[in-house]
Design a protein around this ligand. Structure first.
Ligand code: MG
Length: 247
């Protein structure tokens, strides 16, 4: 459905401190997903894998903006059901950030906008748009520090080092239902998308991320450079970055 040629590159890295990598990424045609699992032992890995697989399957059956929201709700029910059924998996959950190229509502009625970017997130994995040298966020974090930033109580740079920065207000799989954050954007040729886990943006600031996206043309090399910077700055968490170019 997309009239865009898509180039993408993605890296998921364990970082310098964590014993396992509980992040997961998927690029499947026009669908891009990053999930950051949580839960002791290997529960986080199970949660992020289940959620990403559930989103992929459900979105394939309904590749629309509404279909992407429904796919994330389906992922929530899938993880919740597994956690509920298996005591070993109890308490697992995951963030999710998903972006998909979908037919615009009323496609064909407006010149040049037959395709839309659908954006859905739960938790603090993020989707960004890099366009004309400017990095803007498409997702909205469900986290305690994001609430404090929105309330004007702390600044963005304080949120990145705040002791409560890992505390989420919503996650996939920790309750029977979830209310995802939903956004949309009109894509343009030349757009560059970045999806990432908090292991990237807690280590690498907004300006540095924008600098890499502005200067490293190859999406694989850009994703690898972002992960390298996060590790250079500490690598205190798993780090996942996916760069997608629309041409
Ligand atoms: Mg993380």
């Amino acid at each position: 459905m997309s009239t865009y040629e898509i180039r993408h590159g993605g890296v998921s890295d364990i970082g310098n401190v964590r014993p396992t990598n509980q992040d997961r990424l998927l690029v499947d045609g026009g669908l891009v997903v990053v999930a950051d699992g949580m839960g002791g032992h290997n529960r986080g890995e199970v949660a992020s894998r289940l959620a990403v697989d559930a989103v992929r399957e459900a979105f394939a059956a309904d590749p629309s903006a509404e279909g992407l929201v429904d796919a994330v709700r389906h992922a929530n029910r899938t993880v919740w059901a597994q956690a509920d059924a298996d005591p070993d998996l109890h308490g697992m959950g995951t963030t999710i950030a998903a972006v998909a190229l979908v037919p615009a509502a009323g496609a064909g009625s407006k010149a040049g906008s037959a395709t839309q970017l659908a954006v859905v997130n739960v938790g603090d994995s993020r989707a960004y748009l890099f366009r004309d040298g400017r990095l803007t966020r498409l997702s909205s974090d469900h986290s305690m520090v994001a609430d404090l930033v929105r309330a004007g109580e702390i600044r963005e740079d304080e949120a990145r080092v705040h002791p409560m920065r890992h505390v989420l207000t919503h996650a996939v799989g920790v309750a029977p239902e979830v209310e995802p954050h939903v956004a949309a954007a009109d894509p343009e040729r030349g757009d560059r998308l970045l999806l990432c886990s908090d292991g990237l943006f807690n280590e690498v600031d907004h300006g540095e991320i924008g600098e890499v996206l502005a200067t490293v043309d190859d999406p694989d090399a850009a994703a690898a450079r972002l992960v390298e910077l996060a590790n250079d700055h500490g690598g205190n968490d798993n780090i996942t970055a996916v760069v997608v170019d629309l041409r």
